[in-house]
Design a protein around this ligand. Structure first.
Ligand SMILES: Cc1ncc(COP(=O)(O)O)c(C=O)c1O
Length: 285
């Protein structure tokens, strides 16, 4: 974004969106144009995307597998996107940090496999997600030579470099393909068990196709806002979830919360036990 977004540029973001996109667009003087994913299944509303494009649109950011919804894109999505921006010079950030975490035998669809879109994309990946090292904040970006040149001009003065011990550690991990090839099974087992356990609580589970987050609705349990509900769950039940409304630039109230299941089984089990133990608190007071 620092490399290509200039004051007055519009940047389309599909919401709910990873919370880093909006502030970074604004930091560089861009204007965020939010487009809501369909609330029932978080699929892309392509006619709404078409309506949101303007002569000032500089960039579109999308993320698959998706945080927070777990939705993964189908070939038809890339097809629709290519059709919409074919006659423009709109750039893309394809955020693929959860690329190895896809379930039920589905395949991750990278923009790098779509020559037309790849030619205008910054595809970004994270060693943090792949090697269980979130917080290390080390990843990489793949882009065509001209875009990569601009990217690296900024990178030189922004990040400068990545500290050596972490690079050495990741290089060591990269030698063993199994570390990332086994990731779908590793997380699918967690997803399946966690969903099974959660299905025995009063929450309504939404689908989870990839990533390591599970969204549930509590609309039938309480009329509290998602912020209030998540805070109360944290304080009274001892289980921390993330409300969904902060993933929308306009806020609002979704009656949905997000669980993270990238945890030890003991931690997941302890959380579920608390949900059962404090079941009364899941309902509105
Ligand atoms: C969608 C999305 N993109 C990017 C990131 C950042 O990844 P990293 O751990 O490499 O900083 C995250 C998680 O923090 C994320 O959920």
């Amino acid at each position: 974004m620092a490399a290509v977004v200039r004051p007055g540029d519009e940047v389309l973001i599909l919401e709910p969106a990873y919370d880093l996109y909006l502030p970074v667009v604004e930091l560089f003087g861009g204007k965020v144009v939010p487009v809501a994913l369909r609330p029932e299944d978080f699929s892309v509303d392509w006619p709404a995307v078409a309506r949101a494009l303007s002569p000032n649109t500089r960039m579109l950011i999308y993320n698959t597998p998706h945080n927070p919804s777990g939705k993964i894109w189908a070939p038809e999505d890339l097809h629709q996107l290519a059709q919409l921006i074919r006659d423009t010079d709109i750039l893309l950030i394809s955020d693929e940090v959860y690329e190895h975490i896809v379930f039920d035998g589905r395949a991750h669809l990278s923009v790098l496999a779509h020559p037309e879109l790849r030619a205008r994309s910054f595809a970004v990946f994270s060693f943090g997600k792949t090697f269980h090292a979130t917080g290390w904040r080390i990843g990489y970006c793949v882009a065509p030579a001209a875009l990569s040149r601009e990217f690296r001009k900024v990178h030189q003065y922004n990040t400068f470099s990545t500290f050596t011990p972490a690079q050495v550690a990741l290089a060591e991990f990269l030698k063993t393909e199994a570390h990332y090839l086994e990731l779908p099974d590793f997380y699918q087992e967690r997803r399946d068990r966690f969903r099974q356990w959660l299905s025995e609580t009063p929450f309504e589970l939404l689908p989870c196709e990839g990533g390591y987050f599970q969204i549930v609705s509590y609309a039938h349990l309480s009329s509290e806002s998602d912020l209030d509900y998540a805070e109360r769950l944290t304080r009274e039940v001892g289980v921390a979830t993330i409300p969904l409304s902060p993933f929308y630039s306009q806020g609002g109230d979704t009656k949905k919360i997000r669980f993270c299941f990238a945890k030890k089984y003991e931690t997941l089990e302890a959380g579920i036990a608390r949900l059962h133990q404090h079941q009364d608190q899941l309902f509105a007071p």
